[in-house]
Design a binder for this molecule. Structure first.
Ligand code: ATP
Ligand code: MG
Length: 590
């Protein structure tokens, strides 16, 4: 292991009262207890995410507490208290009801991170309809495909986005009954006269602020989320209201949220992290959520951490690596004393980045692992637990994880510590997905012998820490070795000139596959032959000849999904001259 363990203070008063001792909490935990901590709808009418995240605070002592602080470059910050959010979401639920939108029907959102997105989300849930957020940066075709696959009844978007991206495909979506446009520009008056198009803000203003959430079963569908499309065509994943039990548990155990925290999740709700942790989880715990409309910008981000006095920050490895490129100086020139806990998800977090966080912020990044399908964080480094940099941590209390092998007859063999295999979770936690949209067969294939099989390869060490190896689809088989791209990429990232790396297997008649790396260099460094040789040598020394890349190509931008994941399948397709497949989630090169 290249890095030492980062030891935590064991003084319970100084660390997380929500999870003081991993083993103790795990031993005493049950989902029944976690469910019992939820308030539930009044008069036993069931369980609804919007009640847990909004109304129960609005009706209680936290009504005047700020729920959302919405930041944008061109205007002053806008605030919504829990009481105001409750009233606005009641209004939107009434809007949907009056439009005849039924329980289970889908309301899609296409916008950047504006207050209306959050109002639409909870209003939809109050009406028992299903909320489906999309990235605002999608082009017309990915938008059309998702609206069609998800049988959207309603689309909430801005007038500007509608003109640019939806107007041209609207006629191809006969099932889309209502488009609600957010606008304050009088020039949009004509547009608002189009059939099926209405003014979101006007409808909201005219609707009543009183709404009683109808009885909602914990198993009623609540959220539809498309996966990131890293390994293929994005899948539509269905989650139910009961998922909020996991959001609450992880907001305590992993994010360590407390009443007075100011929480910032940098993910966009077009990616599941931006919904589970950028909308639901923090509000379910009644904290203040910072929402920034703008895209990544190091100066701006440090400014937000400082000025908003962010105490808990949840971000992703790509962003962390970009901040590393930018250096430690900007961190030192900001006053970040409010920052208490920092977490990362989405891709493997290389040990270098964990240690950089500790050295630069004085606190380490806590990596955690989950998927769109799991609905919430499943494996994590907890605030009270020692960190082993490069490890995803340990399974959430209430989650049974294992490293397994699928046998040919479909049975599952649980593997021992130290052995690589597929990461599996014992099925049945509350936020487990309940289906892939229109693909029951694929859903069934994810389960065997009572386990959910994640498609990720990992290894557990003797102390119960999990280590990510790679996606089953990305793993390289070379001369009898199974090579996880993450291990190779991590080693490359330790070279001082390297800012990013993506590693693939290239078919080879002799050894099966050879390891090829695509490398992004730090700003101002030119990739020449000498540097290529130096990096190859560096990797060989670190990894050994069997695992080290045989070939390196310098790339200005690695292909990434909009949620920041390296699309190795695209690197491979381009390398081999094969069709690129679904690239709807590809982030355009900067
Ligand atoms: P698709 O399923 O469409 O290919 P995707 O798997 O990238 O896309 P998500 O559900 O957004 O879609 O991502 C989940 C995946 O991201 C995990 O299965 C894992 O491969 C990767 N991942 C998430 N967090 C971590 C982490 N902490 N360490 C390593 N990998 C992670
Ligand atoms: Mg996936």
């Amino acid at each position: 292991m290249p890095w030492d363990i980062i030891h935590k203070m064991r003084d319970p008063a100084a660390c997380a009262p929500w999870l003081e001792d991993y083993d103790k909490t795990r031993a005493g935990f049950s989902w029944a207890q976690a469910r019992a901590l939820l308030t539930g709808l009044p008069q036993g009418r069931g369980l609804n995410i919007a009640h847990e995240a909004v109304d129960r605070h609005a009706l209680g002592a936290r009504g005047r507490h700020v729920a959302l602080r919405c930041l944008a470059r061109d205007r002053a910050a806008g605030e919504l208290t829990y009481a105001a959010l409750s009233a606005q979401t009641n209004r939107f639920a009434n809007v949907l009801r009056h439009l005849g939108v039924a329980a289970g029907e889908r309301v899609f959102m296409l916008s950047d991170r504006i207050a209306e997105l959050y109002i639409a989300a909870f209003g939809t849930l109050k009406n028992r309809s299903v909320f489906c957020p999309m990235f605002a940066a999608f082009g017309p075709e990915p938008i059309r495909a998702r609206l069609a696959l998800g049988e959207a009844a309603v689309l909430v978007t801005t007038a500007a986005l509608y003109r640019r991206k939806v107007a041209g495909i609207h006629a191809q979506l006969p099932g889309l009954r209502h488009v609600l446009l957010v606008t304050d520009d009088p020039a949009d008056a004509e547009l608002l006269k189009s059939p099926g198009v209405s003014d979101f803000r006007q409808l909201l203003a005219e609707a009543s602020a009183q709404f009683e959430i109808p009885p909602t079963a914990p198993e009623d569908p609540a959220l539809l989320h498309f996966t990131s499309g890293t390994t293929g065509t994005p899948k539509g994943v269905v989650h139910v209201h009961e998922a909020v039990a996991v959001h609450c548990a992880t907001a305590r155990f992993v994010l360590d949220l407390h009443d007075e925290d100011i929480f910032w999740c940098t993910a966009d709700p077009g990616w599941v992290t931006g919904t589970s942790y950028g909308i639901v989880a923090p509000l379910a715990l009644g904290v203040t959520l910072v929402v920034d409309r703008e895209e990544f910008d190091p100066e701006r981000w440090y400014g937000i951490l400082q000025d908003e006095r962010v105490s808990v920050w949840y971000t992703a490895p790509t962003a962390i690596r970009m901040l590393m490129k930018y250096g430690a100086q900007p961190v030192r020139s900001h006053e970040l004393s409010s920052l208490r806990h920092i977490c990362s998800v989405g891709e493997p977090l290389n040990p270098d980045a964990v240690v950089w966080g500790r050295d630069t912020f004085g606190i380490a990044f806590h990596d955690n692992w989950w998927q769109t399908e799991t609905g919430g964080i499943m494996i994590a480094n907890y605030p009270a637990m020692d960190i082993r940099p490069g490890s995803m941590g340990k399974p959430l209390p209430g989650i049974d994880a294992a490293i397994v092998r699928r046998e040919k007859d479909g049975r599952i063999t649980v593997l021992d510590a130290g052995v690589e295999g597929e990461l599996a979770l014992r099925q049945g936690w509350p936020s487990m997905f309940r289906g892939y949209l229109h693909d029951a067969a694929r859903y069934r294939q994810c389960f065997a012998d009572g386990w959910y099989l994640t498609g990720d390869l990992a290894r557990r060490d003797g102390d119960g820490y999990y280590w990510f190896v790679g996606r089953a689809d990305d793993v390289i088989k070379s001369a009898g070795h199974l090579i996880g791209p993450f291990e190779v990429e991590s080693a490359l990232l330790e070279h001082p000139a390297v800012a990013g790396a993506g590693v693939i297997g290239k078919p080879d008649p002799v050894v099966g596959e050879t390891v090829k790396a695509f490398v992004e260099l730090k700003h101002g460094i030119d990739g020449d032959e000498a540097l290529r040789k130096q990096i190859l040598g560096f990797a060989r020394k670190r990894l050994g000849a069997a695992i080290a890349p045989k070939e390196i190509t310098f790339a200005r931008n690695l292909p990434r999904t909009r949620s920041g994941k390296i699309m190795r399948r695209l690197l491979k397709a381009r390398e081999l001259g094969l069709p690129e497949g679904d690239i709807s989630t590809l982030e355009p090169a900067a």
